[in-house]
Design a protein around this ligand. Structure first.
Ligand code: SME
Length: 161
């Protein structure tokens, strides 16, 4: 059904469509994994120039474990404070890396990835997971992506946690 929605050349417009699709598809009554699986599919469809989009979810002892995603298989566990994901989880702030080759602590899962954005999912002050998106182009992510993905993150946490 969603492949019939045309993509715009405007990233802002695509985010608006994505947010609308999110609101329609992410059902608070559903299983959390079900909703996150559909969320990763929507992000992967509506964002251009990306090669991986998905979730890491907080497990015991401040460790992130791989959740639903689209893209190549990825590393399964990331401690808080390691990698871009762990940093965003520990700081509770969005982290944008313009060039992963210049980021010492980057954990390479897909050799094509050149830039990355990680947005924390925060519930009652606790990091419950992160959204992680990789691009095969350097400098792919900017403040528009940050603003729109933080809104999506809030919708997800409100509906799924
Ligand atoms: N690059 C991430 C690891 C996850 S993969 O990108 C899917 C990081 O440094 O935390």
């Amino acid at each position: 059904m969603f492949d019939q929605i045309p993509l715009s050349k405007s990233r802002e417009k695509n985010y608006d469509t994505l947010q609308g699709a999110f609101n329609g598809l992410i059902d608070a009554q559903e299983n959390r994994i079900t909703n996150l699986a559909n969320a990763s599919a929507l992000i992967y469809y509506f964002m251009d120039t990306i090669n991986w989009a998905g979730f890491y979810l907080t497990d015991e002892e401040d460790t992130l474990v791989l959740g639903p995603f689209q893209g190549l298989p990825a590393c399964t566990k990331i401690p808080f404070n390691q990698g871009v994901c762990g940093r965003a989880a520990a700081l509770q702030k969005t982290v944008i890396v313009d060039d992963v080759n210049a980021f010492d602590d980057h954990i390479a899962c897909d050799a094509r990835s050149q830039s990355e954005i990680v947005v924390p999912l925060i519930k009652n002050g606790e990091t419950v997971g992160v959204i992680d998106i990789d691009s095969p182009e350097k400098n792919r992510f900017n403040t528009l992506d940050q603003t729109m993905l933080e809104t999506l993150a809030k919708t997800l946490v409100d509906k799924c946690w």
